[in-house]
Design a protein around this ligand. Sequence first.
Ligand SMILES: C[S@@+](CC[C@H](N)C(=O)[O-])C[C@H]1O[C@@H](n2cnc3c(N)ncnc32)[C@H](O)[C@@H]1O
Length: 239
Amino acid sequence: MNSAAIQQLVDHASGRFAHAGQFAYHYARGKLGHDTLFHEIVRTGLLGDAGRVLDLGSGQGSLFAWLLSARELADAGQWPAEWPQPERHTQLQGIELMARDVERARRAFGTDHPVVCIEQGDMTEVALGRPDAITILDALHYVDPARQRALLGRIRDALPRGGVFLTRIGDADAGWRFHVCNGVDRAVTYARGHRLPRLYCRGLADWRGELEHLGFAVEHRDMNGRKPFANVMLHCRVR
Ligand SMILES: C[S@@+](CC[C@H](N)C(=O)[O-])C[C@H]1O[C@@H](n2cnc3c(N)ncnc32)[C@H](O)[C@@H]1O
């Protein structure tokens, strides 16, 4: 891990939220600075060469700030030689349920950004279009299993062959680590100004089985940094 490069990217990407309010700025700094999934996305190129990315449950758009900053730093010649060159994205579209997050995104990216568009909507209802990659980071467990299944099927249909679906779930079969993870998730959601939500979690084998059945080749990796959580990243590629 090149921690100086990560820190530079955190500073650059979170700077986009400087005018979006104290909460937006500090949330972005904390998220991008400490969440190893974001680090892995740039360090190992988890989204491949996807020009058009759809992020469901995007929150304020921290992922998009991260991806844009990666390309900008690479253009400025400030990119580690050992990392893959970041993609020059043509479309970064987010769908987010909560108006407050969408408003933070609008303040950060503006309303006429050439690449980024974050709209208020329910990911289980909106049309998914034809993106090259779809991400759902820590948001699938907010919807019930029937709607999860319907959404995963639509995600599979929306992606081209070789397209990537990147998600992170809490492994409900991971015992006490899952309960710690679940408690923190509820507390953070509450702190972000939402009601305490009901969460619908499933075990890793269940998630993997369903995604493979849909036609994805699935790889999974623990994605907790140094915390004792049960977060698992699922990297799914359409076979
Ligand atoms: C834990 S946050 C993660 C936000 C973002 N993915 C990130 O990594 O910073 C989960 C987000 O999913 C959103 N969400 C929950 N259910 C949703 C739905 N049905 N449609 C769209 N967004 C949803 C929540 O409002 C919240 O912003």
